[in-house]
Ligand binder design. Sequence first.
Ligand SMILES: Cc1cc2nc3c(=O)[nH]c(=O)nc-3n(C[C@H](O)[C@H](O)[C@H](O)COP(=O)(O)OP(=O)(O)OC[C@H]3O[C@@H](n4cnc5c(N)ncnc54)[C@H](O)[C@@H]3O)c2cc1C
Length: 385
Amino acid sequence: MSDHKTVLVLGGGVGGLVAANRLRKLLSTRHRVVLIDRERQAVFQPSLLWVAVGDRTPEAIQRPLAMLVRKGVEIRIGTVEKLDAETRTVRVEGQDLVGDALIVALGADLAPETIPGLADGGHNLYTLGGATAFRDELAALTSGRVAVLTASPAYKCPAAPYEAAMLIAGALRRRGIRDRVQIDLYSAEAGPMLVTGPQLSAGVRGIVESKGIAYHPEHQVTKVDVAARRLIFAHGATADFDLLLYVPPHRAPAVVRDAGLLSESGWVAADRRTFETRVAGVYAIGDVTGIPLAMGKPLPKAGVFAHAEAEVVAHNIASVWMGGGARRTFSGEGQCFVETGDGRAGLGAGNFYAEPTPQVKLYAPARRWHWGKVILERRWLKRWI
Ligand SMILES: Cc1cc2nc3c(=O)[nH]c(=O)nc-3n(C[C@H](O)[C@H](O)[C@H](O)COP(=O)(O)OP(=O)(O)OC[C@H]3O[C@@H](n4cnc5c(N)ncnc54)[C@H](O)[C@@H]3O)c2cc1C
């Protein structure tokens, strides 16, 4: 066993940050932990929902990755342009880096450009720029129609568009203009959070509709007519809007697609318990992976899973390099807050690896779940950067 090894962590989002921190703690200092990201700032994505309704500033939900240097993690800001899994080599801004282990945590790329008119006609909830631009237009709106749209049926954080619609309703109510603004939620999928089962899905739908939000499932958008402010759907229906907030289609980052690590799902194939890929020493965690569940749908893309998977992978790399300790596996347990507006949230929690279907319970909206998310937000970036 070489005395000086290097682990390259590709991506400084949820999975990458947890993996790099844990490895730095568990490995002796003769081993290097290098984290690579194209962005200088890490963004706490769950708080984009609050940015979109003016409850947070963009500055409040970011932290510079460079701060990790004080913990002994080497930071490399740059785009991963090429990934050769077999030789565990990555090209970053033209320079090759070789690792003894690679952790691919590059997340999901957002692809609004795949739907004509989408990027020009609406605002992307999943970026800071999109959430901020939507916030400004919402603040100027005094009446009309707000449309919340999922542009494909599978996307990270399956609760997010439903939460966004309810937070918008709450923000309009606070301004005293809720009755002058119609809110429509058009989803490509057949119902909210369907991976959690029909009962939980119906429960979330009921909460959404109780806020006076008109829900239109199975509306796959094919085009946005920007001039007419009109959504055009695959089954021929159309819908007009004044302000559009959308969740864009997702796809695996090009560098990962080119590396030959994908399964037929279009996402990286990894062992559902250990997150090893088909190449020894190469692991993939978080949104970049496609983990099939027995019920036919994949494990949802969510930070709670990226975090838990990172813990498993970091522990297992360290136990081999440091010579000892039992290997860990991912259990499939996870939970997610569902913001419902007016300072309340529900909570969905359970085991997504349960068979034949995930066993997930929905806890009714309450102030304590909302405060749970606020506390998580306050602590998360400070804990990991
Ligand atoms: C609005 C919203 C609300 C959400 N709410 C929740 C929630 O309540 N609970 C929950 O569990 N999850 C939530 N999520 C989902 C959660 O944020 C993601 O699932 C999680 O961030 C995935 O972690 P990851 O490490 O796989 O990817 P990410 O956190 O997306 O990190 C990927 C990183 O890779 C970098 N990168 C990508 N390509 C390259 C490249 N070629 N070169 C260099 N760097 C690159 C990116 O810059 C990024 O920093 C939410 C997401 C959104 C958008």
